[in-house]
Design a protein around this ligand. Structure first.
Ligand SMILES: [Zn+2]
Length: 322
């Protein structure tokens, strides 16, 4: 099948009590690792491109690599999505360039401006067969050009969601319930430590999620910043010359629970970066004579595949749902 929008996949995910993984793509190995896992596990998947990815790899390369994956895995639904579009022009350019879904993130603007800009993008997208994700509330953390200091985030106000969705006509809504961008989702001060000295994050605000679900029955919710920053990967990075002290993510059980509710799309980027970097560091340390990029990118790609397969089965529950 050709690239699809997220409409059908979210409807099935909502009804089926699972979520679709949205993984950020920046180069060929990442596209291959993600889609190999999704293809083998018969899972729908969203491949998403940030403004930073477009600046790094070029729009055309990314779209054609995703097209190659679509041809390679014709049996699974794949959507191509713009992550954190910050202007109408950027969203338009992605829709014109073959994306089936865009996010307009005007969440840092006042409510009325967020409504106006989102509505403008929705009108253009719907006229061109694409769908739109919008956002209410602000996540902490760092993702490409989106930087929000810890403590400056704000949870979504559930009393705003119905008006926002009905006035904008958006197709899905990202909300802020305590997830965060990047590999350092919480400061040590926000956490407690377990016996091994590893940080334990504050729990997600499921009360906010439940309240949004009540007000938007049947409507797909999106969670950003949902990497779990597996400590075994952090340990490999730190063992082989890296320095990522106190890297911390969202516990997988909490995301699994969200996926069983109305959360239909869960964004995961940092865990892919972490898996690749861990394997490359390890490979370089163990094989100081290697200089062919294929020698270290091959295990890195395999690590992406294993990470995504793990998420599909243990966090998202989307295996066998293609
Ligand atoms: Zn995000």
């Amino acid at each position: 099948m050709p690239l699809v929008t997220t409409t059908e996949m979210f409807k099935k995910a909502y009804d089926g009590g699972y979520a679709v993984g949205a993984f950020n793509v920046n180069n060929m190995e990442i596209v291959q690792g993600i889609t190999e896992a999704a293809g083998e596990l018969k899972s729908p998947v969203v491949l998403q491109v940030s403004k930073g990815a477009r600046a790094y790899a070029n729009h055309k390369y990314l779209v054609h690599m995703v097209q190659a994956a679509v041809e390679n895995y014709p049996d699974i639904p794949i959507a191509l999505h713009l992550d954190h579009g910050d202007s109408f022009e950027l969203c338009k350019s992605c829709i014109d360039g073959g994306f089936t879904s865009v996010m307009i993130d005007a969440s840092s603007k006042p409510f009325e401006e967020n409504v106006a800009l989102t509505k403008q993008v929705v009108e253009y997208a719907h006229a061109h067969g694409a769908v739109v994700e919008a956002e209410l509330g602000t996540l902490a953390g760092v993702e490409d050009e989106v930087v929000v200091e810890a403590g400056k985030e704000s949870y979504t106000h559930p009393e705003e969601v119905e008006e926002f969705v009905s006035r904008t006509g958006c197709d899905s809504l990202a909300i802020a319930i305590g997830t965060s961008h990047g590999a350092y989702k919480f400061t040590p001060e926000q956490c407690t430590r377990n016996e091994e000295g590893i940080l334990v994050p504050p729990p997600l605000r499921f009360d906010v999620l439940e309240e949004c679900i009540k007000r938007l029955p049947g409507f797909p919710i999106v969670l950003h910043g949902s990497s779990s920053v597996p400590q075994d990967m952090v340990k490999i990075v730190n063992t082989y010359g890296g320095q990522m002290p106190d890297a911390i993510g969202i516990p997988e059980e909490e995301l699994r629970h969200a996926a069983q509710l109305a959360v239909c799309k869960i964004n995961i980027d940092s865990d892919i970066r972490l898996a690749m970097t861990a394997m490359i560091r390890k490979h370089m340390a163990e094989h100081p004579d290697h200089f062919d990029p294929r020698q270290y990118l091959k295990p890195a790609r395999q690590a992406v595949k294993e990470m995504v397969a793990h998420k599909i089965v243990n966090v998202l529950g989307s295996d066998g749902k293609a």
